[in-house]
Design a protein around this ligand. Sequence first.
Ligand code: PLP
Length: 396
Amino acid sequence: MIRKGRLFTPGPTQLLPAAQLAMAAATMHHRTGEFRALYTKVLADLKVFIGTRNDVVMFTASGTGAMEAAVSNLTSPGDKVLVLSAGKFGERWEGLAKSYGCVVETVRSPYGGTVTPQQVRQALKPEHRVLYMQATESSTGVRHDVEGIARLLKNSDTLLIVDAITGLGTTHFDVDGWGIDVIIGGSQKAVMIPPGLAYCAVSSRAWQRMESARNPRYYFDLRKENKNGAKGESSYTPSTALVAALAAAFDYVREQGGGDLAAGRELLVNNAETAAAMTRAAVQALGLRLFSASSPGAALTAVASPDGMDSSDIVKAFRNQFGAVIANGQGEMKGKLFRIAHLGYYDYLDTIAAIGALEQVLAELGRRLEFGAGLRAAQEAYAAAAKESEPATVGS
Ligand SMILES: *Cc1c(COP(=O)(O)O)cnc(C)c1O
């Protein structure tokens, strides 16, 4: 059959067609009233999408740019920081903090597990200036308990920095209520546009910390960028096309929410939750094991490669046979698991198609299975989720 190119990877994700058109049409200069209006609107929409009253700052960079900003702007050489690490992105926090001369202590979980608030409570010391964590660890599919960990930091001087690059749009957050000092997102994930924009919301406590933080920063200077953002400008030449794409993506999310962006965001999170529940049900019905069974997130589902099978072969077969790109394991996990994304522009039909393709691929690689077993479990999971979200009828 013909092959359509499709991305099922947890970044970059499948693109929103309206955003692609907006990118192609964006011929603006960035020092014009037209662009300032667009930039101002996007920053305002970002606040709603993140769900915060804090200032939002955007950089033209991949997500790691905003992670670096959250280290360079908030720390001084010799600062003690605590990192939660349960995968490749937790390890990125460790590497970043060490690069800036921080003394890094780590609460670690084996790949596939989460770090519990109890573990954090034991490791946390008053001298930890900052705690760095992921909301969802995209290399393993795990979701961490941001709320539980935030509670431990209330009334302490430790800042809470959350890499929610795959957490935003897949997880319900109360950013201001829980006290998240910096929450970070990236464009190639749930907002359905290409890589190249990183953004973060910054609390007043974090702005204060920047007054005394002595690590060097230039491009990723949060205070400079925030000052310019207030005027509808970026400090340097921003990716105007991506900003236009992000505006179109928020218009889509708003429209899905019946004209309300916050409602659209909730719907997007629930959408990912439903796709994840369908996929988990399917792979288990096919006798496969979830890689992060104890605390699976909705951004993606990581599935352990069945005994005797290399996940690279599964990934390859998806691409060769169906033009669909799923993700292999990263680093040491390569060959041992595969990952299917749910964040952003994936609907029921996409999810069912990926599960159907998985059945085909596994059968061809020699696994014994009953066609339809995974699909059936997914359909049942969908029906259960749809029933749960039905509005309660009065009087019955
Ligand atoms: C994608 C991702 C990042 C950012 O990676 P970049 O390649 O710099 O965009 C960071 N953290 C998590 C959890 C991610 O999924």
